[in-house]
Design a protein around this ligand. Structure first.
Ligand code: CP
Length: 317
């Protein structure tokens, strides 16, 4: 595996889930793969889970992990091509990326959508520069349009908790005071569309996801109707794709509470975290025994480890 952005990069989903179960059971069984290997994890944006779970996954595999906080620890990096660098950014990605590549075997990059230009974001302009100029395998640790390590962990969590062979999974928009990227819902939709689940997306009008991610998923604008009989509720806020980066609604009736959960099939509640309590979900729901946000976050180590393991196996060949 040379890149990890999309569900297609993982290949057969059932095989990936079986491998994840094996990795979870025996986390230190592949330490030989990472011996004398280094991963550099680059963060253009804040993180708790991705930073820690990626480091933990690398350590489980016997790798050295170096974390670089761009903007905090290093020179500010220019990302635009062809600009006159007369501003506050003294180094260009065009030099920084091959330099970083020369120090490591695998690179992970967190670089959120900038919301200035939809084409720049949806072309994954920054991540693709890492893929093009580093010469090393590259993992998206949530880039402009995708968060594949999260979506893979979500799928592992659903697999572990499902009672029916083909559970009903609902992705619901919920309100938030700030404009958030579409990366988490994009990847969740992409992975659920590929998995053997009955997948429904619910959101107010204007929050339709990009067609390449929504695929053929059923869209239901009535949240209560979408929740009926659901086995898993996945809540997330995102800003508009069509009116790019805009907040079109702050309707608190979309906050996931007991009223909505009562019409489900005693559904599990999921969220990628961090979550704003009583905006996205009520205390009552997230603190209930059906909330699985903590095991979901714990599975971030497993998903990252499967991806890094496959990249390390690729380096052996
Ligand atoms: N879910 C997630 O990616 O969390 P962090 O932003 O804390 O890494």
């Amino acid at each position: 595996m040379r890149t990890f952005l999309h569900v297609s990069d993982i290949g057969d989903i059932e095989k990936a889930l079986a491998e994840a179960a094996e990795v979870k059971k025996n986390p230190f069984a592949w330490q030989h793969l990472g011996r004398n290997k280094t991963i550099i994890l680059i963060f253009f944006n804040s993180s708790l889970r991705t930073r820690l779970s990626s480091q933990k996954a690398a350590m489980n595999l016997g790798m050295n992990a170096i974390v670089l906080n761009v903007n905090g620890d290093s020179w500010k990096l220019e990302t635009e091509m062809g600009v006159v660098m007369d501003g506050d950014k003294p180094e260009h990605l065009r030099e920084a990326i091959p330099v970083i590549g020369s120090y490591c075997d695998i690179i992970g990059v967190r670089s959120f959508a900038q919301f200035e230009n939809r084409e720049f974001d949806y072309n994954e302009t920054i991540l693709n520069q890492f893929i093009r100029y580093s010469g090393k395998p590259v993992i998206s640790l949530e880039s402009a349009t995708v968060h594949p390590c999260q979506a893979f962990a979500d799928l592992i969590t659903i697999e572990e908790h499902k009672a029916a062979p083909r559970p009903k999974v609902v992705l619901t928009w919920a309100p938030h005071p700030r404009a958030l990227p579409q990366a988490v819902p994009n990847s969740f939709a992409e992975w659920m569309n590929a998995a053997d689940v009955d997948f429904v997306i619910t959101h107010p009008k204007g929050y339709e996801l990009a067609p390449q991610f929504a695929g053929n998923a059923r869209v239901e604008y009535d949240q209560m109707r979408a929740f009926e009989g659901a086995d898993f509720i996945y809540a997330k806020n995102w800003s508009s794709y069509t009116e790019y980066g805009k907040i079109l609604s702050t309707d608190r009736s979309w906050t996931v509470g007991k009223r909505q959960m009562d019409v489900t099939n005693n559904a599990y509640f999921m969220h990628c975290l961090p979550v704003r309590r009583n905006m996205i979900v009520t205390d009552e729901v997230i603190d209930s025994p059906r909330s699985i946000v903590i095991p979901e976050a714990a599975n971030r180590v497993v998903s990252a480890q499967v991806v890094m393991k496959r990249m390390l196996e690729g380096l052996q060949n």
